[in-house]
Design a protein around this ligand. Structure first.
Ligand SMILES: [Zn+2]
Length: 313
């Protein structure tokens, strides 16, 4: 086992879950009971068992040798890393191996990053440090070079769809639609079921369809409406991006369309645009999203975006 692991991948692919499962596997003292036909039962050496004391406590978050560091208000601060150093300077309470999980390690501020670097240079004994992040380039290269890096790919559509049906009560059609739209993220797929995401998408697609023929004041009113609700802005950009991306790729690779339940509409609308117009729109959406994430004036960015997408026919 290395001293430090770095799990990277988009949100909702199971980085943190894998870290917790690994912590369980390392500390597990039980075995899995296998039910066999005829009432016999056997033992499996598969770890973690999920049933022994350490497994249960780790799953509940009450195991004394597992430390989880979460961002506090969008940042991991130096005090949190110092506190972790203090905990790791002591011997493990019960297990052989202590695990420290730093969730969204890219949110460490520079001083926290430097404090962590010091820890990685002289790793505490009997300790495994697991960092999760979107991508390794979001972290200091000196931190990345001291970790064994494991990349988590987005979850394949079919696997995602099967899991949604089996464990979360999705119907077949709903599961395949959501799996296509979730972009390989399990948490995103679940969030879509429980939010107004799908109806928001249908509404926004219809609004985008009317954009070319709308007078300027209607376009600006739409911009105002979209800009006002900050909580749904990231969904709005995601919906727009997926939609124009689908319009662009449907003629080349229809199997990759994300709005799978609207495939006929995607085909129909795609024919009204030239490839250049679609590329232009996709790029405009990416730029506007980056501007908004960089905390520029949301309303101005949205006005600009809608006017760029709208064609003067
Ligand atoms: Zn166990």
């Amino acid at each position: 086992m290395p001293h430090a692991l770095l799990f990277t991948g988009i949100d909702g692919v199971g980085k943190r879950t894998a870290a917790v499962r690994l912590a369980m596997a390392v500390n597990c003292v039980g075995y899995r009971v296998l039910k066999q036909p005829g009432g016999l039962s056997g033992k499996s050496n598969e770890r973690p068992c999920g049933q022994c004391g350490p497994c249960s406590r780790i799953e509940e978050g009450t195991h004394p040798d597992i430390a989880v560091v979460l961002p506090d208000g969008g940042v991991i601060k130096i005090a949190q890393i110092r506190h972790l150093c203090h905990i790791l300077s002591m011997k493990p309470f019960e297990g052989d191996m202590r695990i420290a999980i730093l969730v969204d390690a890219h949110l460490m501020n520079p001083s926290a990053g430097n404090a962590l670097l010091k820890m990685l240079e002289e790793p505490p004994e009997q300790t495994l440090l697991i960092l999760t992040a979107g991508q390794s380039s979001d972290l200091l290269p000196t931190i990345v070079s001291r970790c064994q890096h494991i990349r988590f790919n987005p979850i394949a559509r079919t696997s995602l769809s099967e899991a949604l049906i089996q464990y979360h009560g999705f119907g077949m059609d709903e599961a395949s639609t959501v799996a296509a739209l979730a972009g390989g993220s399990f948490s995103r797929a679940l969030a879509m079921k429980h939010s107004a995401w799908m109806s928001r998408r249908d509404w926004l697609i219809a609004e985008l369809g009317r954009l070319d023929s709308s007078p300027l004041h209607v376009v600006l009113a739409l911009s105002e409406k979209l800009s006002k609700n900050r909580e749904t802005l990231s969904d709005v950009f995601e919906i727009m991006f997926c939609w124009f991306r689908d319009l662009l790729i449907v003629t080349r690779d229809p199997a990759k369309v994300m709005n799978l339940d609207r495939l006929d509409l995607v085909r129909q609308v795609s024919g009204r645009y030239t490839t250049n117009e679609l590329i232009h729109s996709v790029n405009a959406i990416k730029t506007a999203r980056a501007h908004v994430e960089a905390k520029t004036n949301v309303r101005l960015s949205m006005d600009h975006l809608l006017l760029l997408i709208r064609r003067q026919l």
